[in-house]
Design a protein around this ligand. Sequence first.
Ligand code: UD1
Length: 417
Amino acid sequence: GNALNGRIAIGGAKNAALPLMVASLLTADTLVLSRAPRLADIRTLTELLRQHGVEIDMYAAGAGHEMSLRTPAITSTTAPYDIVRKMRASALVPGPLVARCGQARVSLPGGCAIGTRPVDLHIRGLQQMGAAIELESGYIEAKAPKGLRGAEIVFPFVSVGATENLMMAACLAKGETRLVNAAREPEVADLAHCLVAMGAEIDGIGSDTVIIQGRDSLHGARHEIIADRIEAGSFAIAAGMAGGCLELDGIELGLIGIAAETLRAAGLTLESIPKGIRVTAERGGIIGTDVMTEPFPGFPTDLQAQMMALLSVANGASMVTETIFENRFMHVPELVRMGANINLHQASAMIRGVPHLTGAPVMATDLRASMCLVLAGLAAQGETVISRVYHLDRGYERLEEKLAGCGADIERVREGG
Ligand code: UD1
């Protein structure tokens, strides 16, 4: 129930860091990534990349961490089920592996808490670039012994991961690749900028048509990972729920995009300050607002759960529609247990604001859903105990420290529990 006041440093974006790390498979030289966040997903990907032959070091540098990745040779082209099942970003490795050494054997990711999340677009794109694909014992086997060739790939719908995977593959393919209806997320553009620094030729960065001219090889580079817009948006919502004033350090307001407009419509004040964003909110001043998740530049699905926590204490009603994932409302029953008034109908949730939430024992189900419960707990009357917080560590660095530093009454009582 405490108001939040203070400064919070925003880290490098998890969803930019993961594909950037994978890009190190494309060259024998060293790729140095600065502003690397320390997160469980980064550790999982480190484990996967190491067994492909990537030498990885992470060390403190300045305000953040620097990561150095070097792949003198690909020592294994297999991405095993044990690691892939932990993290969907593993789906990014087949493109670079086939592009660099003509083959990849990658476990299918399987289902996950927020839907079936297939990889058919990744597979189809690689086939169009000349890879022969077979499915065997739960593994995708991709082979292109003579290398990949450029192609025109038209995505039937937007996929962040497929755009990234095929963009990386195209950098080492023969000739030109056009990715049409490509994802325009800032993290995709960040990857493209890094690939250009590594010697790739890419046009249309940040647009829905990306054109890549293949090269024989890429070289090393240094690259600073962009700020995490989802982390920043989550803390902005925390200020909205608890009331107070937070300064989010190291991110520009423009990067938050339409989420800033949505938060303003919900009654928060967001303004640019030197090297950051100031968020001010009055407790009890939240206004019901309709939200629909969409590919960038639309409202990000990765902020949907957190936004729903905010709207559950708004004045008036809100409709939240999820268009990206078919099963991303797992936080709803938990919010309802805390006193929220939410009705689900297919892909939409009708939220009728209540004056306050009440603390309860709740269970985290996925990364963003766990943040939604933390936010709800901050504003609720009484104590909230969240179990399975390991989900949080996949995407939020030192969350309880950052919030407690601004006045929140939050502590981790058991590691990983
Ligand atoms: C990325 C983000 C994730 C975010 C999501 C949507 C990373 C590491 N993760 O995930 O946090 O929630 O974008 O912004 O960057 N799909 C298919 N076939 C495919 C690929 C995707 O049907 O081959 C579907 C998915 O099931 C989903 C939708 O397309 O319904 C969008 O998925 P996609 O954009 O690929 O998400 P990810 O890259 O997995």
